[in-house]
Design a protein around this ligand. Structure first.
Ligand code: WTA
Length: 658
């Protein structure tokens, strides 16, 4: 958890930004929403769920009799894709734009709801033709192009289960996820555009499937995006465009039970093995659409919404592929990086499409701060009226900059706390209601019960800190960890009896508003992406040079946290003459190859020993002190108390990295 000094800083933040009278008057969410939810929580959720189309209405809202395995709306039946597409077209919204796509090279495409529905119907028929049945898993490994959303919707439409794997993950990480979910089909692309070049994806799929590593996979469906050279195996590879041209254009969306699995999304935990977080249909879509509408104040007729998240993360699921479409929103999706061709790219896009709602991450905001406000001020961003933040705590300085420079000093900011596991936003201001405080996620949404608890599970009350917990079940909660019910119970439900343990530290201020303080476990948060220390340590020790490794997340000005590794070399390697900078370069590349570039350590230090307790547990806390350049804390529990002196000495002479 963050140190005391940080908590002190937060407590001295006194700036307030109440909503304007005009914004409040036109806001979707009114103050009485809290009262309504409080007076009958389950009736409130049933009312939200009934805004969806149910082929068969539900009669029971929540079944918690087999806790922690929840069933929401379980006797109801619906089709997720029908709710996102067909019903809008049937309501005469077929001509409304669903997606404005901006490719990195500057190519564009527009899909109305009618057109998106037509594509999804065909894609559903393609999947059926490839043998995909309800409940089968389909892996999606794609760039941020319209076909990615179409693929997700098509999988959902036929009652199958998608597992999107972020395009930045390596062949091995992809293989691990395909194996765990036993995916039958993979949907990918030849490549996508990033940083001004075509970046290949298909070779990683080929690598994942090589040597019979993924026997469950029968077909690979490949979208042509970059037209780069690809290796082709006729027995398994099929082109998306060829299949789409030959299938039937009609597809009727069948109803599925509310608890039909919708997707698995892998996320890092405290062990080396990623957890396959399982979400189901009715409850997930209910909370994704309710939060999207109320938190972002979506006026679907007039707003143009843009969430910058990739579909590889939960934000790209709930707030690109599902929530906005369920709400008939018009949204922008962008394929590339914010600095291509220059740092004005995002603002050029926002101005071009008159974006009114922007949802992004603090790490991006801090990168823009570094570039200077002139880059942004070159563009007319007067259309922006709501700003969102997600992924990590936003520091007050970045919050205020976001409001002033991007939000023209008027757009409210919603700092939204949630997780892959929670499926949708849990704690956030409501833009027309809450008196906003820079740096605080503030209050649980109407319908959500979250509290800060102490070690014994007691509510700490205003002015105190502890662990964030969700004390009542919620519709979009994870239903389990794929294939591992014991790990599900152990990870989330054993710390406090019957209560969901989020793994985040948090504190109430004197008004009772919640401030998030970062993870309390061995999970790092780099640019809003979760990485496990153990996973990177395993990758490092898999390298022939490395005998032992310890990884910590150190504070980083731009990315929030950065990966810092301490490695002990094998004797044979130590005897070699290769210099330390080369060793560290080699190891950083190795991690990028094993896990993906996002996991690449910022720094690697070659050390002779690691700080361990007498029972052999590495004391990461001490390494974090060193990595963050502050005095090393209490070393009395170390087996050898002199170890830290040698490591600290090492840090001051160590070569620096890019
Ligand atoms: C962190 C992303 C502070 C937190 C949606 C959580 C945040 C983890 C916030 C989940 C926020 C997310 N303020 N911290 N507004 N939003 N986090 O699963 O540590 O990728 O546990 O989900 O991100 O990351 P995940």
């Amino acid at each position: 958890m963050s140190n005391d000094h940080e908590i002190e800083n937060l407590s001295t933040e006194t700036r307030h930004f109440p909503p304007s009278a005009e914004f409040a008057a036109n806001a979707i969410a009114k103050p009485d929403l809290y009262e309504k939810a409080k007076s009958d929580r389950l009736a409130f959720w049933a009312e939200q769920a009934n805004k969806l189309h149910w082929h068969k209405p539900f009669t029971e809202t929540l079944d918690w009799s087999n806790a922690p395995f929840a069933r929401w709306f379980h006797d109801g039946e619906l089709n997720v894709s029908y709710n996102c597409l067909d019903r809008h077209v049937e309501n005469d919204l077929g001509k409304r734009v669903a997606l404005f796509f901006e490719g990195e090279p500057g190519d564009t495409a527009v899909y109305t709801y009618q057109q998106l529905l037509e594509e999804v119907k065909k894609a559903a028929n393609v999947l059926i033709k490839l043998g995909v049945k309800p409940g089968d898993r389909v892996a999606i490994y794609m760039p941020m192009i319209p076909e990615a959303v179409i693929a997700m919707q098509a999988v959902a439409r036929i009652g199958a289960v998608h597992s999107v794997v972020f395009g930045g993950f390596s062949a091995d990480s992809l293989a691990q996820r395909i194996q765990d979910a036993e995916a039958k089909v993979i949907i990918t692309a030849d490549g996508g555009y990033r940083k001004g070049r075509a970046s290949a994806l298909k070779p990683n799929v080929d690598g994942a499937l090589a040597d019979g590593k993924c026997p469950s996979v029968s077909k690979v469906l490949v979208v042509e995006r970059t037209k780069q050279e690809v290796a082709w195996d006729d027995s398994i590879d099929v082109w998306w465009h060829e299949m789409m041209a030959t299938v039937d254009t009609e597809h009727v969306a069948e109803p599925f039970p509310a608890e039909q699995p919708l997707f698995i999304l892998y996320t890092s935990g405290t062990t080396g093995k990623p957890k396959g977080i399982l979400h189901t249909s009715g409850g997930y879509l209910t909370q994704a659409s309710y939060t999207h509408k109320n938190v972002f104040d979506l006026h679907d007729k007039t707003d143009v919404y843009w969430c910058t998240a990739d579909i590889g993360w939960i934000t790209g699921h709930s707030y690109v592929a599902y929530g906005p479409l369920a709400n008939a929103a018009t949204q922008v999706i962008y394929e590339g990086t914010p600095d291509t061709p220059d740092w004005g790219r995002w603002w050029d896009i926002a101005a071009k499409y008159n974006v009114t709602i922007l949802y992004t991450a603090p790490t991006a905001i801090r990168s823009f701060m570094k570039m200077g406000r002139e880059v942004v001020q070159h563009y007319d961003l007067s259309s922006i009226r709501v700003l969102g933040s997600v992924g990590e705590p936003i520091n007050p300085e970045a919050w205020v900059w976001y409001r002033e420079v991007i939000g023209g000093n008027k757009a409210p900011i919603v700092d939204t706390w949630w997780q892959t596991e929670t499926g949708a936003i849990m704690i956030s201001p409501l833009p027309g209601v809450t008196d906003a405080k820079p740096g605080s996620a503030q209050v649980p949404l109407p319908g959500i019960d979250a509290k800060v608890l102490d070690d014994e599970g007691k509510h700490v009350g205003p002015g105190h800190g502890g662990y964030l917990a969700v004390t009542e079940p919620w519709p979009s909660m994870l239903r389990g960890i794929w294939g591992d019910p014991e790990r599900f119970k152990e990870t989330y439900w054993s710390r406090f009896e019957g209560t969901y343990f989020a793994g985040d530290g948090a504190k109430y201020d004197d008004d009772g508003d919640i401030w998030l303080l970062g993870r309390v476990d061995d999970v790092m948060n780099v640019s809003g992406h979760r990485l496990s220390t153990t996973e990177i340590e395993s990758a490092l020790v898999a390298h022939p040079y490395v005998a032992e490794a310890a990884v910590v997340g150190a504070k980083d000005e731009t990315t929030g946290q950065a990966v810092v590794a301490f490695c002990i070399m094998k004797r044979s390697q130590a005897e070699k003459t290769m210099n330390e900078l080369d060793v560290s370069k080699e190891l950083r590349e190795h991690v990028a190859k094993e896990i993906g570039p996002i996991a690449k350590p910022r720094q690697i230090f070659v050390v002779n020993e690691l700080p361990k307790t007498r029972s052999g547990k590495i004391m990461r806390r001490l390494l974090r002190d060193v990595a963050e350049d502050r005095p090393v804390g209490d070393v009395t529990t170390l087996a050898d108390t002199s170890v830290m002196d040698s490591i600290s000495g090492k840090m001051s002479t160590a070569p620096s990295e890019d």
